[in-house]
Design a protein around this ligand. Structure first.
Ligand code: FES
Length: 346
């Protein structure tokens, strides 16, 4: 019996490896060529420390000089003393190059379908089943796709959880003159090969131990489809999950059936859709997303907030949190660095 373990680093790289039953995390890392910095190997120096972001584990011995009670409550770990008890992910606050870990690799997949979901959004399906073994990523991470014939790459979040058959989906914002948009509209055919680099990004789902607030702007929804897919696959979670999905125009909304289905697959899940520039037909919420946050709930309960979308939306959420003097939250966000490319930046 072994567990799948993800190691994420400060430069956004992620490495996946297997940890045998009862094996020390440090030994599993070294066995797989990930040279976590170490010194004492006895739980005293603190050199090998990281933080568990999801999954369960035990630690043999932790000297209070190495990690305080507060550190332990924050799920900080010593790799030389940690044994995982489930699939898990760990974060290390240094660059992957320090431990010679290059987690990102180049893969290729064949286009199986492109479907237009709304006036401004398409979904691209890739089949990478020729790749031996599961191509792993954390729910919320992204891939960098080489646009065939264009000599440029564009980044898109995985719109699903990892699967054994390596079938991938990405939401793509259709622009009047974007490299990927033009390719999908004009040249893309089933069977064509697209190369991509993955996994990338520090925006991924951590252990769900507090109410979850997800805030998606436009095709930022893709990362949340990946997270919701993962939560639903695991049978749901014991925390409320709220998704705020904002678009400029109601015609931009997509994947509504899929979002509806998560209401039955995740016990306490609800999606609020917010349209910035509504027409008369739109009966739902309007304006900016923060105007619709449940202020009373967020002031009374610690929560985790994930935000993915254009920079103005992310900044509006941050301003709202500061302006409301809300303090008990953990915020994770990813901005689209360039609206012409849909490229996420952590
Ligand atoms: S190497 Fe010293 S605490 Fe792990």
């Amino acid at each position: 019996m072994s567990h799948k373990v993800a190691f994420s680093f400060a430069d956004g790289k992620t490495v996946f490896l297997d940890s045998h039953a009862g094996e020390l995390l440090l030994d599993a890392a070294l066995r797989n060529g990930v040279n976590i910095p170490l010194d004492c190997r006895e739980g005293v120096c603190g050199t090998c420390q990281g933080r568990c972001e999801s999954g369960s584990y035990t630690q043999d011995y932790v000297d209070e000089e190495a990690l305080s009670a507060e550190d332990l409550a924050a799920r900080k770990i010593l790799s030389c003393q940690t044994r995982v008890q489930s699939d898990a992910s760990f974060y290390f606050d240094f660059e992957s190059t320090i431990c010679s870990a290059s987690g990102t690799s180049l893969f290729s997949g064949q286009v199986t379908a492109v479907r237009q979901l709304s006036e401004t959004t398409a979904i691209l399906h890739l089949d990478a089943s020729a790749h031996p073994g599961r191509l792993d990523f954390l729910p919320g991470q992204y891939a960098r796709l080489k646009v065939p014939g264009a000599g440029v790459s564009r980044s898109y979040s995985f719109a699903h959880r990892p699967s054994e058959d390596n079938q991938f989906q990405f939401l793509v914002r259709l622009l009047p003159d974007g490299a990927m948009s033009n390719y999908l509209r004009e040249r893309c055919q089933p069977g064509q090969t697209i190369e991509f680099e993955a996994p990338l990004g520090a925006f991924y789902l951590r252990e769900v131990e507090r109410p979850l607030v997800m805030v998606a702007g436009g095709t930022g929804l893709s990362a949340f489809l990946g997270m919701l897919d993962d939560i639903a696959h695991k049978g749901g979670c014991d925390q409320p999950v709220r998704l705020y999905y904002g678009v400029t125009d109601a015609r931009d909304l997509c994947e509504l059936d899929r979002l509806k289905a998560y209401e039955t697959r995740i016990a306490d899940f609800a999606c609020e859709m917010v349209v910035m520039n509504p027409t008369q037909e739109w009966q739902g919420k309007t304006g900016l997303i923060p105007e619709h946050f449940d202020r009373t709930f967020l002031k009374a309960n610690p929560f985790d907030m994930y935000v993915c979308g254009p920079p103005p939306m992310v900044e509006a959420v941050k301003r709202w949190l500061a302006g409301e003097h809300i303090e008990s939250y953990r915020l994770y966000y990813e901005k689209f660095g360039d609206s012409s490319s849909g490229q996420p930046t952590a």
